[in-house]
Design a protein around this ligand. Sequence first.
Ligand SMILES: Nc1nc2c(ncn2[C@@H]2O[C@H](COP(=O)(O)OP(=O)(O)OP(=O)(O)O)[C@@H](O)[C@H]2O)c(=O)[nH]1
Ligand SMILES: [Mg+2]
Length: 287
Amino acid sequence: MRSGLVAVAGRPNVGKSTLVNALCGGKVAIVSDKPQTTRRRISGIANGPGHQLVLQDLPGFQRPRDPLTERMQRTVDESLGDDVDGILFVLAADERLGGGDRFIAGRVFTGERPVVIALNKVDRLKPDRIAARIAEAAALGDFHALHPVSALTGDGVDALRADLVELLPEGPAYFPEGDVTDLPLEARVAELVREAALALTREEVPHAVTAQTEELEERRVAVTLFVETNSQKGILVGKGGRMIREIGSRARPEIEALLGRGVFLELTVKVRPKWRRDEAMLTRMGI
Ligand SMILES: Nc1nc2c(ncn2[C@@H]2O[C@H](COP(=O)(O)OP(=O)(O)OP(=O)(O)O)[C@@H](O)[C@H]2O)c(=O)[nH]1
Ligand SMILES: [Mg+2]
């Protein structure tokens, strides 16, 4: 069988995680309309007839501002330098290609590994504009294949997967069949709570939120959300606890689907000043 690793690179918010989920046929990574959603490397495993494709979802390329974003960018740098069989370079078709994309192109088109370009979000474009975007994307570097796709609708995803599998050498399965990710269950649960918090907040709040699963029992799941300031805590809790209840009702069905059972979800919000600069805490969170 063919098996191997493909790292997923691109600017924040271009749809890398959505695309990894679509390629794996299940929810591996959380998604949001805010940049910098993905903070750690997450393997998404796509099993198919005669292949196991392991996609490494990564944070978006960024200029680091603090220890959190430094670690995120280090993860990206290390993962692209790792022994991967190819790189999936994701671009957003609904925006003009910019300096950020060209900078990343300089990093991925090194000639060492085949690069497959996914021009994502084509559902947002009129068909007559797709050709121009393809031409722009094609000028970025010497690619192995270029696929216009929509991670949201699934358009083009099967053809993209088939091309990625072609990059893989003969080898054994690295993960048991049935696994979709390498993330421990506790981390996946915490991520689902963070996803709900990201969806419902804006401006600086999403960036200041992290979540940690405290207890994962048969019927009860306890997760703590950490923020950096009291005012952020006030926003997450909301008037009379309205916001935290909404976060809970959004996250709970997803957690139940993941666990395959009904649970009582207990959420707590705590202030941890400057956790984004706390190296020990970042290590504990696996970032
Ligand atoms: N219309 C449309 N929206 C998409 C598509 N793919 C992703 N999105 C949206 O784009 C936003 C960002 O998606 P993510 O998958 O979180 O992007 P990302 O590249 O992983 O972002 P970071 O983890 O922050 O680097 C979300 O609001 C998605 O719903 C697509 O094919 N079409
Ligand atoms: Mg992501």
